[in-house]
Structure formats: structure tokens, C-alpha cells
Write a protein of this length. Structure first.
Length: 87
């Protein structure tokens, strides 16, 4: 999916929309993909930000939190040494 964003949908209120209903709503949208639903109070979703935010508006008690990726640090430089002379 080009132009997509990963977001975590979190349930903020226990009496909010059940996770099964939220899962069904996300799976019904062709512009979003459900990546992980292992938690009853959080879903990992990938898709167009506008589509995800629209879905969250329809789900009471849920919020969308963008996933921020970090680039790994550059590896330290390798120090090359001359091989020691064999005695």
C-alpha cells in the first residue's frame, strides 16, 4: 500500500465499542488492513490515514495513535589492523 500509515487503535473507555466490532469495521474498509489484533484493547492497522481516522470516528471509545518509526543508528566504524607477523 503506497501512501499508507501504521496506526494503533486503542480503546480508551471500557464500555466503548467491542474489539470484534472494531475489527469488523476495519476489515470492511478496502483502504485499511488489520495487522495485529492480539489485544482486546489495541489493534495495529495499516492504511490511508484519512480512512483510519474516519473509522475511529464511527467507533465510540477508540482513538488512533500514529506509529513512529525510527531509523537504526549507523554502525560504528570497523578498525582494520595489519595482521601480526607470524613468529
Amino acid at each position: 500500500m503506497s501512501g499508507t500509515q501504521r496506526m494503533v487503535l486503542r480503546r480508551t473507555e471500557p464500555p466503548g465499542t467491542p474489539a470484534d466490532s472494531a475489527t469488523s469495521r476495519i476489515e470492511a474498509d478496502p483502504n485499511t488492513a488489520l495487522l495485529d489484533r492480539s489485544s482486546a484493547s489495541a489493534l495495529l492497522v495499516d492504511g490511508k490515514a484519512r480512512s483510519i481516522r474516519q473509522a475511529v470516528k464511527e467507533l465510540t471509545g477508540w482513538i488512533a495513535v500514529p506509529v513512529i518509526g525510527y531509523a537504526p543508528p549507523d554502525p560504528p566504524p570497523r578498525i582494520r589492523r595489519k595482521p601480526e607477523a607470524a613468529e
